[in-house]
Design a protein around this ligand. Sequence first.
Ligand code: SF4
Length: 301
Amino acid sequence: MPLKSDKKLTLLWLQGLTCNGNSHSFLNLSYLADVLLACDILYHPSLPSLQTLETISTCKLECDVLIFEGTFDPLMQRNNVMVGKLLRHYAQKARHIIAVGSCASFGGMFKASAPQRNSGLVFNETAHEGPLLQYQEKVINLSGCPIHPEWLGYTLSMILQEKKILVDSLHRPIELYSYLAHHGCTRNEYFEWKVDSKKFGEKEGCLYYEQGCRAPMTHASCNKILWNDVSSKTRSGTPCFGCTEPDFPRANFFRTKTNMSIPDEVPVGISKRSYLTVAGIAKTFHIKRLEEKLIDYKTAD
Ligand code: SF4
């Protein structure tokens, strides 16, 4: 998306408990230079910035866009200042607040270190809890572990162009999160005819039943806006593990929980009875083409 704006955005990037994954992902944005030229970076832990963390910690500056990466821990300090105090100061005047990653959105990975205390900015999983509840109207959640760089690129582009960003009930932009990660997967035909993949990395088969693929229950555009412009987890033979949803991370990755061979969870919006009826019929057919290797390397020359 082209970045056209007469006025530069003042951007401040703060961190809670984090692995820096979203910062690293953002640095892979194909038009990163355009974004950086359209913004004044007040402070970012890894990018050249106008101010130091020390100056930021005096709480005397302001920003247009406050970005927060990581789980919020109310006991955490940066430069001897409580992160909660920093957040509330900059949130007050910011026009937009962006939570990048599932940790900042819902608590994510680092919530586990103190589940009763830690949270996202305005959500603790799906419960409305967090340090910026009073500013929640301004908060945009970009969940993902990590986010796709394009998701933040899109959000900043919309802000720069002063366009309204419509969000879902979990404050995620609907343009990015109304899709399921299942949409656009190259294995959809295998899903329809219930042909399962037996191991990771295969080109053939669906990863839902045997490998725990959560894409039919996960709101994300990973198979629409491809990673590095070419691929996605499922395209490379790895199941989606639902990293954009509020209950991430959950136990037993890569396993489809079943009860008497029936999946515990079925695709969003489909009743278990409808799913089982369609799946039962599909399984009675055997489509030779779908049971064969896509590429037979022995005969291919
Ligand atoms: S591998 Fe996952 S995303 Fe792809 S078709 Fe199967 S369930 Fe859907």
